[in-house]
Structure formats: C-alpha cells, structure tokens
Design a protein around this ligand. Structure first.
Ligand code: NDP
Length: 292
C-alpha cells in the first residue's frame, strides 16, 4: 500500500497541464508528503476512474475540461459555491464521501486583486462567455462588489440564462443580442468602456477572438483572458491593440485556484508568489488606478 497521499488532475487531452508542476512546488515549499499525477480520460470513463481513484486511497482530484459538470453530479456533498456554479473543480475524500468544491472564482479574484492590483469594488465588468468557467466566477465577482456585470455570449440565450440564475446575488445582466463583433477597433476614450473585460470563452484555445461589444474598451480597461499559453492569446493581443491599459493571461488564476485546492486538501495555504515567478507568469505589476 502506498503511504504517500495521492492527488491528481483529471481532464481530457490535458497532456499540457501545468497542475502537476504547480502542486509539486506547493508540496515542496510546505513540506507535504504527497504525490500529484495526471489522469487523461475521455468523458465516458470519468466516473469509473474517479471512483477507482478514491477507492484505492486517493485523497483529492482537480477536475478540468470537460468534466466539471460531471464532477458536480458525482459529488456526495457540495460547498455552496460549487452548488451555485453547477461545476466542481476540486474533489476531496471526506469521511468516506466525495466532497466537491469550486475554487476557480476564488482563484481569479485573488489573482486580479492581490497579484495584479485590480480593484473590483465598484468596477463595471464585461464577462465574455457563458460556459463552465463563467459559471464559477460570476458569484465571486458579485461578492467582490462589482457595480455591473454584463455577460456577452456567442449564443445569447445562454448569457440570458446565466444572468437570470445569478440575478439574486447582484447586478448581473446579459448584453443585448445585437452587439456586434469588433476586430481591432482602436478608438478609445478616458470615460468609455468597462474597467474589466474577462474572456471566459474558449475561443483563445482555437486562436479566435470572441464577439466583443462596441466601445467595450477604454483607456482604463483591464483585459484578462482565462486562457493562457506560451505566447499572448489572440484576445490579449487584440486588447492591447484596442488601447486597453493592461492585458494578461490566466496563468495566475491557474496557480491561485490550485493553491485554494491545496488548502482544502492539506489545511496549509501555500505561497503562490514564488510559483508564479517560477512559471514565468509575470513580474510584480505596477499599481493599477482604481476604477472610475
Ligand atoms: P466551456 O466549453 O464550458 O464554455 C466555452 C465558452 O466559450 C462558451 O460560452 C462558448 O460559447 C464560448 N466559445 C467557444 N468558442 C468560441 C468562439 N470561437 N467564439 C466565441 N465564443 C466561443 O469552457 P470553459 O468555460 O470550461 O472554459 C473557458 C476557458 O476558460 C477555456 O479557455 C479554459 O481553458 C479557461 N479556463 C482557465 C482557467 C484558469 O485557471 N486559468 C480555469 C478554467 C477555465 P457558446 O455558449 O456560444 O457555445
């Protein structure tokens, strides 16, 4: 029997995942005796692989695309935030039961506010996308006190559905269905645009730019792409060209949501700064001017 606590990330086509590297750094820094692997499984095999992993003594799993909704269905118990999101990215064995949580939103908010100095309170936010990632971040953004959260999605009905689902938590609306896409429009002004635009679509993974309403970008706009890669995503490239004050990719969110999962499993909160630096995520940013 393996005496080291076992963890892993489970997803489909995730050979590129940075999670094993991130958790190995966390474990080393906090002196936790654990191992963290990678389970690349297609959707039909998901529940069997998860059940076998925990039956054989596994302690926790990070769940990624496309299994987050399936993990939500599989969990015996859910935190309120995972329940709200309808998606689980962290599974833990607790008293023989499968406990599900969602740390994506907390990871994004921490990256934005702590690492990047972005003030969310009072900010007007445009959220692009209405998939699993969007579901996980709406509630934490509203809790952080944004003054408006507008959802724009390729299929507008999904944006409307999300806005309806979360409207009891704060000022969230769907963008009008008629918003046109812009491709590289550069005219910006000081008083126009959103303070924050979050790309939670998977368009970047296909090298595409999602639909973005006209006049979304101003000189104070902070653009954040949940996707990340070796080079700037199309969205980050576009945002810079459109005049945004700053544009970054989501590697910081990945590290912060991982730290939150690590804390759930081990009861120890790892320092993320050295991991961000080791991954080349970014150097410490200059302070960003507050919205408005
Ligand atoms: P989903 O498949 O659940 O949702 C995809 C979303 O993207 C939908 O809203 C879909 O629109 C939209 N979309 C897909 N292709 C296009 C396109 N070509 N143009 C415009 N819109 C498009 O994916 P997730 O929500 O799970 O993931 C979204 C992104 O977030 C991915 O890039 C993922 O890697 C990233 N992510 C990053 C994390 C991090 O830690 N940095 C954590 C979680 C996710 P429609 O509804 O119209 O089909």
């Amino acid at each position: 029997m393996n005496s080291i606590d076992r963890y892993a990330v489970i997803g489909s086509n995730i050979g590129h995942s940075r999670s094993p590297q991130i958790h190995a750094m966390f474990a080393k820094a906090t002196r936790q005796a654990m191992e963290y692997g990678l389970l690349d499984v297609p959707p039909p095999a998901f529940s069997t692989v998860v059940r076998n992993f925990f039956r054989d003594g596994g302690r926790g799993l990070n769940v990624t695309v496309p299994h987050k909704a399936a993990a939500h269905r599989l969990a015996d118990t859910l935190t309120p935030r995972a329940n709200r999101a309808g998606a689980v990215n962290t599974l833990a064995a607790v008293d023989g039961k499968l406990h599900g949580d969602n740390t994506d939103g907390a990871g994004l908010v921490r990256d934005l506010t702590v690492n990047l100095g972005c003030r969310l309170e009072g900010a007007r936010v445009l959220l692009l996308g209405a998939g699993g990632a969007a579901r996980g971040i709406i509630s934490p953004l509203l809790e952080a006190g944004v003054s408006a959260l507008v959802i724009n999605n390729r299929h507008p009905a999904r944006a409307r559905q999300l806005a309806k689902e979360f409207s009891d938590l704060g000022p969230v609306t769907a963008a009008p269905a008629t918003t046109a896409a812009i491709r590289g429009r550069t005219a910006v002004s000081d008083d126009a645009g959103y303070e924050l635009i979050i790309n939670a679509t998977s368009a970047s993974l296909h090298g595409e730019l999602p639909q973005i309403p006209n006049h979304a970008v101003g000189t104070q706009t902070f653009a954040y792409d949940l996707a990340y890669g070796e080079r700037d995503t199309v969205f980050v490239h576009w945002a810079r060209g459109a005049g945004a004050a700053r544009a970054v990719m989501g590697l910081g969110m990945l590290v912060e949501q991982a730290a939150e999962s690590f804390f759930i499993w081990r009861g120890v909160r790892p320092d993320t700064a050295h991991v961000l630096e080791a991954l080349g995520a970014r150097t410490p940013p200059p302070p960003l001017s507050s919205p408005g």
